[in-house]
Design a protein around this ligand. Structure first.
Ligand code: ZN
Ligand code: FE
Length: 241
């Protein structure tokens, strides 16, 4: 059994604290900073066993060293990118299984935003932690990988069960939705979702997590018919403000 706590930090980052309630094992996904994580652990009366890093960007690993110093936790990241993950202890690659208490987690390699980006899939809990690969109605910028690499990565995520809950690392939803409407102005599911998103944001509520099935209906990057169409949409988004 996995309980997932969402911790909003910095401008628009989300850190996730995972608590496997049978064994009390815990992990934190992409700790941008350490303080809010330590505070939440204290409040919940938990100690930290692992950090799971999706990629090396500072807003995902910035809290690694301080959290490790404070808790002695082990740091888990990508084999392919292990040189850039601060203080990594356990390097994993595609298909590797990792156990958080009673919960199995599988690593999915998702190159594109960076080379060596990975996602963490908890199949029993129907939860995917995808860092900066897939966002609500959007996807990560191509800083290191090619359009083909990102397209391949997104296709792997699209193949997961459609009731999968997606826990991405940023609250970019409203801006992404405004862009999505320029690509598919007549998509009724998209228009409806955007209305909901606006209401949520007006009340200061998170729009993450969200279901994969919603993405399949409204995310223009997932709705592209080919890699070249995907690349074209990505380029348009790079120039969208
Ligand atoms: Zn990033
Ligand atoms: Fe990020």
């Amino acid at each position: 059994m996995l309980t997932i706590h969402q911790i909003p930090v910095l401008t628009d980052n989300y850190i996730y604290l995972l608590h496997e309630t049978i064994t009390n094992e815990t992990a934190v996904v992409d700790p941008a900073i350490s303080e809010p994580v330590l505070n939440r652990l204290k409040k919940l009366g938990l100690s930290l066993n692992y950090i799971l890093n999706t990629h090396h960007h500072h807003d995902h690993v910035g809290g690694n060293l301080a959290l490790q110093a404070a808790t002695g936790c082990k740091i888990v990241g990508s084999e392919q990118d292990k040189k850039r993950i601060p203080a990594i202890d356990i390097a994993l690659k595609e298909g590797d299984l990792f156990q958080l208490g009673s919960e199995k987690m599988a690593v999915i390699e998702t190159d594109g935003h960076t080379l060596g980006h990975i996602a963490f899939w908890f199949q029993q809990s129907k939860a995917l932690f995808c860092g900066d690969t897939l966002f609500a109605m959007g996807c990560g910028r191509l800083f290191e990988g090619s359009a083909m690499q990102m397209w391949t990565s997104l296709n792997k995520l699209m193949a997961l069960p459609e009731e999968t809950q997606i826990y991405c690392a940023h609250e970019y939803t409203e801006n992404n939705g405004r862009f999505a409407l320029t690509i598919e102005p007549t998509n009724a599911d998209l228009k409806f979702r955007m209305q909901q998103v606006k209401e949520y944001r007006q009340q200061g509520l998170a729009t993450v997590p969200f279901l994969l099935v919603e993405e399949l209906a409204t995310n223009p990057f997932l709705r592209a018919k080919s890699c070249s169409e995907f690349a074209q949409i990505r380029q348009l988004k790079d120039n969208f403000t």
